[in-house]
Write a protein that binds this ligand. Structure first.
Ligand SMILES: Cc1ncc(COP(=O)(O)O)c(C=O)c1O
Length: 417
């Protein structure tokens, strides 16, 4: 029997690129290779299956696929004669990006380092914390994820997605805290050896928000004990939560903040580490090569990131995210009402949309049920509370929430039959 282009790619991928990824799709019955894509939708290679992208690669595609203004910025950068630049020489787009990051940063984070990705920014943040404090230990969330690189990889506690045991990173000076939002636990763990506490502003697995007092109190505790607070806003930043950074909701001022994923506009790799001037002086300016990366911070990346920062801060974008949040609240409440025993309330904030799963066994099948109904979900949580997670495109109209809710409604009927 003839195989289609997706199957041919999957076979080659399994043989010569990444077998677990290919096998995961095959095992789940969700074979899909990316063909056409536009705004909130993606199509398979054959053009026979359209999905509403509610995974957005964790926020990489937060502004939708191939946003016209970002495409124009990319073409413009090429037409202007830009390339990867020469990292030892200054360039105007990169300096403009540093200034734009400082202008939208949480209070005090007036300096930044532009990186290739968030993993690299997290790794650098942990190195900087060690140098700035003269201490070694890092405290990270046991169910967190900060990347696949260096100290960031070692600080990734998530066993299913992390590589600590696999690559024998267990010797790294990382300690873990177990309950996101529990200040008392952190109070008992932060001591005179703690260089940094690193975490996302929400729980990595469930996206549950901590009590509003948690992050400001943690910032204060870190200051009192001489440790640096690093917020990894790779997923929560860039207006995903309805504010530029999730820490803005509680007025928390971290010592360092990591941005990534969506900063790329889904088009060109780039990440950033925002930091105080004091840390910048102590870590980047006090060594001839405090930061060096031959490809990061190039002119094309900087041009795209600048345009992303401009788009996400526009009043229309912010209003659209508020409309998406309102539509999500309304549609998810109706689903919970209609499908008692299947759905329960969970976190909704800005473009962060979760719905609880009353029966944890449904987590294993929901992805496929939604895939068959034209929706690509982000994931389900592997720890309690059990939720289904969605990161819709922030610039699409509320009709995408109807599309998502209708698919959830139909999937729920299939689960109860
Ligand atoms: C919270 C968080 N931090 C860091 C990263 C690493 O990002 P990247 O793989 O783009 O380096 C991810 C990626 O999923 C993430 O979710």
């Amino acid at each position: 029997m003839a195989i289609n282009p997706t199957q041919a790619l999957l076979t080659g991928f399994a043989e010569r690129a990444n077998r677990p990824l290919a096998q995961r799709q095959i095992a789940a019955g969700t074979e899909f290779a990316l063909g056409r894509r536009e705004g909130p939708h993606i199509w398979n290679l054959e053009g026979t299956h359209r999905l509403l992208d509610c995974a957005t690669t964790g926020g990489v595609h937060s502004l939708g696929h191939r946003h016209p203004e970002l495409l124009a910025a990319l073409h413009g950068a090429l037409d202007q004669g830009y390339d990867a630049g020469i990292w030892t020489m200054p360039n105007a787009p990169l300096l403009a990006l540093h200034d734009a990051l400082a202008a939208c940063a949480p209070q005090g984070l007036t300096r930044s380092v532009v990186t290739l990705c968030a993993s690299q920014a997290n790794d650098l943040a942990l190195l900087c914390a060690q140098r700035a404090t003269g201490r070694r230990h890092i405290l990270a969330f046991a169910h967190g994820y900060h990347g696949h690189l260096g100290l960031a990889g070692a600080a990734t506690g998530s066993e299913s997605e992390g590589i600590r045991t696999h690559f024998a990173l267990n010797e790294a000076p990382i300690r873990f805290f177990h309950t996101h939002g529990d200040l008392a636990e952190l109070e008992s763990l932060i001591d005179h050896t703690t260089a940094a506490v690193i975490l996302e502003p929400f729980d990595y697995e469930s996206w549950r928000l901590p009590p509003a007092s948690f992050l400001p109190a943690l910032a204060q505790l870190c200051r009192q004990r001489g440790a640096k607070l690093i917020l990894d806003e790779t997923r929560t930043g860039l207006m995903r939560s309805g504010q530029m950074w999730m820490c803005n909701h509680t007025g928390t001022a971290p010592d360092m903040l990591v941005a990534g994923k969506g900063l790329s506009g889904g088009l060109y790799p780039v990440g950033a580490l925002l930091m105080t001037q004091e840390i910048h002086e102590a870590c980047i300016n006090s060594h001839a090569y405090g930061w060096a990366n031959s490809l990061a911070g190039n002119e094309i990346a900087a041009t795209i990131a600048l345009k992303v920062l401009e788009i996400v801060q526009r009043p229309q974008t912010i209003a659209n995210i508020a409309a998406l949040e309102a539509a999500t609240r309304q549609r998810f409440a109706a689903l919970i009402q209609r499908h008692q025993g299947i759905f329960t309330p969970a976190t909704i904030q800005g473009g962060i949309a979760t719905i609880g799963l009353a029966d944890p066994s449904h987590a294993a099948v929901l992805h496929k049920r939604l895939f068959d109904r034209g929706v690509l979900m982000h994931s389900t949580s592997t720890t309690e509370p059990h939720v289904a997670k969605f990161l819709p495109v922030l610039t699409a109209g509320p009709a995408i929430i109807d599309e998502l809710a209708n698919a959830l409604d139909s999937a729920a009927h299939s689960l109860s039959n």
